[in-house]
Design a binder for this molecule. Sequence first.
Ligand code: ZN
Length: 199
Amino acid sequence: MFHYPEPLAKLIAELQKLPTIGTKTAQRIALHILRRPDEEAKELGKAIAEVNDLIVYCSVCGGIADRDPCRICDDPRRDHKIVCVVEGTDDVIAIERTGFFKGVYHVLMGALSPLDGINPEDLKIRELLERINSQDIDEIIMATNPNASGQATAIYLSRKIKPMNIKITQLAHGLPMGGDIDYVDEVTLGKALEGRREL
Ligand code: ZN
């Protein structure tokens, strides 16, 4: 039986831990890295080694960023009175890609799922309520995923926010149920934002 030299085997084992990377793909990537100039592999290693150190969480929206506050929260051209509530940073990226939204975000870092042990205190809900209390906000857009836990989160939040006399809207229908916002194409997501309805 063929055995990869130890350093290569180690790289393959590490690559295989990544999502969507199976054994075959891990082997292909590892051999590719080996064939490329030294410099390229070093740059890749450096980028991986630094990512945890250089990425910060924005103290305003909770999203990942290279500085605090992030570029969106710090942008005076954005409408800071409209806050779009999403589950994760990938949703921010998906909505930004539509080019339609000019407000700001609040990243919950997940969705309610009591069966999995994810309760309100595990999400950035307290931070959202504090933000609504302390800032001048006109509208909260619920953009949690169109699945059971996303929907449960939106309902829970709207119950909390309604008494604060803030307009709450939700993305229009037309998003595939059970799915993730970041899998939806830009046009559909843009339309869902544009056609948002009051909750
Ligand atoms: Zn931010």
